[in-house]
Structures are given as structure tokens and as C-alpha cells.
Write a protein that binds this ligand. Sequence first.
Ligand code: GLU
Length: 445
Amino acid sequence: MSVITRFAPSPTGRIHVGNVRTALINWLFAKRSNGEFMLRLDDTDVQRSTQEFADGIKRDLEWLGLTHDLFARQSDRFARYDEVADKFKGEGRLYACYETPDELARKRKRQLSRGAPPVYDRAGMSLSDEQKKSFEAEGRKPHWRFFLEDKTMAWDDLVRGSQTIEASSLSDPILIRGDGSYLYTLPSVIDDVDFAVTHVVRGEDHVANTGAQIQVFEALGDHLPEFGHHNLLVGADGGRLSKRIGSLSVEGLRESGLEALSVTSFVSTIGTSDPVAPFASLEALADNFDFAKLSRAPARFDERELVALNAKSLHERDFARVRSDLESLDVGGGEAFWLAIRGNIEKLGEVRDWWNIVQGPIEPKIEDRSFCQTAAGLLPEGDWDENTWGQWTSQVKETTGAKGKALFMPLRLAVTGLDHGPELRALLPLIGRKRAFARLQGQSA
Ligand code: GLU
């Protein structure tokens, strides 16, 4: 049986690092298994779902490289959901309830004050036709609950191992709201059955849903997928990420200049037994993927670590792999420039800053006018290479007596305008004699 996984976001917003983790785990497992990955838009909430968010999610996944083999949109499938709902109603598996949210809240409060679990009392099941009619005459619309059989639901979770949930600990779930709209529970199971999803992998906030959904699967036939519930992300301080989640959207990370592969490498290795490291490709990540490596403790998301990983991957990158990116950033200098500056950037866009420094014009910083004049006069003639800096500075040292920092810093400040940066041995030949000479004279060049 070929593996089919799915990522099922609701297009009521853009996706963030938390969702990326779910998408990635599903994608990596599908690829590693030579299976298929489905993108399913859970857009049964027609009020809050928008085409714009749906398009945005697709773009986010495309940028991350998480291409899908199968696609479905729940709003295309209402006829199918209605068909199943009618069948369940006919069988008495779905029953009408008329409580208002306030009434339900009061019931729960009474149960809790008696020390009883706040499980729905199934009052809806014993309503007579007259009582239902009189509720409807009052203008109440029924919502529909799914009757859970009294038994233990058990599954062998791909991440958490053996799991059991007692049906008696759960309220019969509402599958259809008073306005006739579907909660995600029923459409999700119908789709998982109809599209033959073999592995349902999602965050551990869905564990209780899985308990109830197993009974929905059983009511629909004999297709029961495997389930996996991965750990959730927490912030660097161990607290919830939700407050900052806006800045942690895929869109936000992309706009901040991070590489997609750094995001995917990072998000798929935090919270696992693997060290966080830059991977060369999604395929390499997929080869490395194993549910057994996922830890049960929350996965810590520290944006600074992500930036450090991004930097590390750039520091190690060969010129051949950035050549076209550099061209599109309108940066010249070829391999010599890349090798000179790659160790000094955290995000690729920063190459522009260094290219501007090489090309000029920049404002030199002159601390000691006569020292810089002398140094300018000692600039070697002829072609410059990696040895030029050494030859020049030995001359300057000999002539002026300056050494160490007192020798190097004024020269760096003059030729780059900065007190830090790539090795001048590599940068100076790129800046070239003409610009270096002018800058040492204090001219903008
Ligand atoms: N739309 C649901 C969510 O985003 C999908 C959950 C699932 O994977 O079944 O929470």
C-alpha cells in the first residue's frame, strides 16, 4: 500500500513555523516512503476562509519546496459531506441538540461543582418530537452531535507509542453547527477515507480529536489510517509561541531574508534527537527522517538559532551554488568576492552591503591623516592579489613603526569605512588600487 500523507491547513490565515513543522513531517515521511503528499485546504468555515489566504499558503509551501502530489479543497465537497451526514442522521448516529452555548456552559459548571467530568449528558437524545418542534418554534436551530459508543479507542501512535482514550471521557462531538456548517471533524475523516490517506500526522493538540475520529472512521467503513501526533513548538523561553507567531509566518521569515532550506532544516531537526545542522537539500532531510527521532518534549524554537544556522549554511556554501543568486542580487566580483565575504554574512541579502563597500562610493573614516597619506604612498603598483595586503602593510609598518591593531585598524577604517569585516587580504584586491588610494586620501570613492 502506497503511503499518502496530508497537510490540512485552514485558509483563515497564513502559515507559520508551527504549521511548517506539521507540513514538513508529512512531506518528509511521504518522500522517504516513495509515497504521495496531499495539500488539503480545510475551508469549511466559509466566513473566515479566503482565496487570498489559500493562495498565500500555496506560495509559502512552494517557497519551502514542499510540493504536493494531490490537492483537495473541502468547500468543493459539501455534497459528499451532506450525503454522509444524512446517512448518520438516518442511523441515529448524529442526533439533534438544542442547547444554547449558555445552557451548555451552565451544565458544565454544575457537573464540575459536583466533581463530575464535564461530559455532555446526551439530553438531546431523549427529546420528543414535540419538544424539538417547540424549540424550533422558538427559533432555535439544532446542532448535531455524533454518538460515541462506550468503548476504549486505542492506537499505536507513530510518535507517542501506545495510546488509549476512553469514549466515556469525551463529550459526543458536535459535527454540524446550528447554522448547518461543518466543524472540521467529519469532513476531515471523510476526506481521509475518500483519498485513502494512510498516515494522519498532526500536532499533539489533536490527540483527543483522534479518539473521537476513530469512531467516525469506524462508522464510515473499514479504512483506519495510522496516526502520529508530533510535539509542538515553544518559544526560546519555553513559553508559548502564539504571541509572536505573526513575525514567525513563512512570509515573515522569507521577507527577513532567510533561506527556505535553513527554515526546513531547522524546523525539522529541533525537537528531535538529531543535532541542528544545515542540510544540502530536502531530499537529504527526507533520507534522514524517522518518527522515532521525534522527542515527546516540546520543540524549542529560538529564532536566533535559526539565523545562526542560516549563517552557517552560507559560510560553507560553494560559489557554484550561489552564482545565480548573486547575479539576481546584481552583485559582481565572482568567486573571489563570494569567498571573501561569505564568512561575514548571516543572510544572503547582506552581500549587497559588502558589494557596495567594494564598489563604492563609501565615506572613508580617517583617524590619522598623515598616517593614511603615508600608507597611500606605499600602495604597491601592478596587479594585486592575496599577497598585496601583506606586502603593503609590512611596508607601512616599516615606515611608520605602527604595528598590530594600531597598524591595521586605521587602514581598515580608511579603505572600507568600517571597523569590522572580511579579511582585507581578500577584499583589498577587489577594491583595487584606484579606490584604495582615493579612500586613504579621505575622498569618497
Ligand atoms: N485543519 C485542521 C487544523 O489545521 C487539520 C487537522 C488535521 O490534520 O486533521 O488543525
